[in-house]
Write a protein that binds this ligand. Structure first.
Ligand SMILES: N[C@@H](CCC(=O)N[C@@H](CS)C(=O)NCC(=O)O)C(=O)O
Length: 224
């Protein structure tokens, strides 16, 4: 299989970690987003959305990070994507929650506009309003993650086992490293994020995140 990827991406890193954890034979081809390679004809033919990740398994081509994690988990029959109907539905639900809620709010509404020039709002008033709304929204999502997903007896997002929902959400939460966020106000989230970071392949799968955090270090960013 071939994975078109970008090492800093919060939705590609969880896939890289899953591949490493399960020792899957996947060639990872970096698409240089900074150089605009994703807009060139060759890659646009692979993904007309001009975005990574893309997985190829022979002639089968799959876009969307969440779907790719699920596909890979099924290929290797990983217990991280349970087969039992309701357990699987719960994982799907958590991943949709991350993709359409947490990522949109914490990533696009809060972290990215602070560290990515093309996602900053040129007008300072708009930028402040966007960040204030993003901060509020992110706090709400972190509260839900803390109290609903990880509260009680849940060591992992979907119960007592690590699932692909944990992989997926750890990539999104790790964006907080860029703006110096910590999750001390949400102790279950903080404990869970540490648990993810302690996993053997975390450092190698996320090396580009730390390089990126280092490169944008300096300004006093807004934190959650
Ligand atoms: N919904 C897609 C989103 C893909 C996406 O936006 N990927 C980013 C990397 S994190 C990208 O390639 N962006 C290209 C760009 O910013 O122009 C997925 O989950 O795979």
């Amino acid at each position: 299989m071939i994975l078109y990827t970008y090492p800093g991406s919060p939705i590609c890193r969880p896939i890289a970690m899953f591949i490493a954890d399960h020792d899957i034979d996947v060639e990872q081809r970096v698409v240089d987003l900074l150089a605009g390679e994703h807009f060139k004809t060759a890659f646009a033919a692979i993904n007309p959305n001009n975005a990574v990740p893309v997985l190829e398994d022979g002639s089968f081509r799959l876009t969307e990070s969440s779907a790719i994690l699920k596909y890979l988990a099924d290929v290797v029959e990983s217990p991280a994507y349970p087969k039992a109907l309701q357990a699987r539905a719960r994982v799907n639900s958590a991943m949709d929650w991350v993709n359409t809620g947490l990522y949109r709010t914490f990533g696009y509404g809060f972290c990215y506009p602070q560290v990515l020039a093309h996602l900053k709002w040129p007008d300072p008033t708009t930028q402040s309003l966007v960040l204030a709304a993003g901060q509020d929204g992110a706090r709400k999502f972190l509260g839900v993650m803390n109290d609903h997903y990880l509260g009680g007896q849940n060591p992992w997002l979907c119960g007592d086992r690590m699932t692909i929902a944990d992989y997926f959400s750890s990539g999104v939460l790790s964006l907080g490293e860029l703006t110096g966020c910590d999750f001390a106000a949400w102790p279950h989230v903080q404990r869970w994020y540490q648990q993810m970071q302690d996993l053997p392949n975390w450092q190698s799968a996320n090396a580009a995140l730390y390089a990126w955090a280092n490169a944008v270090k300096g300004p006093e960013y807004l934190r959650v």
